[in-house]
Design a protein around this ligand. Structure first.
Ligand code: FES
Ligand code: FES
Length: 150
């Protein structure tokens, strides 16, 4: 049994220590906003925060998350009023939507450290998050809007 702090709540998880955090979130806690894309840290669909840092939940074992703060898209401050979510809607970034919670969590990690990123910094930081629908231009625009640059 592991204790996991998820979105500010301590949850007890009955799973092996090497269970991927992504399975724990989706299957044990039913937090399905975090998506499974590739399973090998190559797409970013599963991005959540561990102590405020964006990480890939598909390759992070439960044991590595114990004792740290896990934040998923469901725990983003302000919920639907979060400035990134609002910017995402304004710029119409989601197409099918599948990659977008990972994209937003990745972007939130950038703005937490760099509130006014340059376009180059945004592109570089978001580089590992793939979008099959190709909404990259809208995603960059949304991050710029959230940072107050648009
Ligand atoms: S599902 Fe984790 S990076 Fe693709
Ligand atoms: S919006 Fe469809 S994969 Fe990104």
């Amino acid at each position: 049994m592991a204790n996991l702090n998820v979105n500010g709540q301590v949850r007890q998880i009955d799973a092996a220590p090497d269970t991927p955090l992504l399975w724990v979130l989706r299957e044990h806690l039913k937090l399905t906003g975090t998506k499974y894309g590739c399973g090998v840290a190559a797409c970013g669909a599963c991005t959540v925060h561990l102590d405020g840092e964006p990480i890939r939940a598909c390759i992070t074992p439960l044991s590595q998350a114990e004792g740290k703060r896990v934040t998923t898209i469901e725990g983003l401050p302000g919920g639907e009023n979060n400035r990134l979510v609002q910017a995402w809607i304004a710029e119409q970034a989601p197409q099918c939507g599948y990659c977008q919670s990972g994209q937003i969590m990745q972007a939130a990690g950038l703005l937490a450290k760099t509130p006014k990123p340059t376009r180059e910094q945004i592109v570089e930081h978001m580089d590992g998050n793939l979008c099959r629908c190709g909404s990259y231009a809208q995603i960059v625009a949304a991050v710029e809007r959230a940072a107050g640059g648009r």
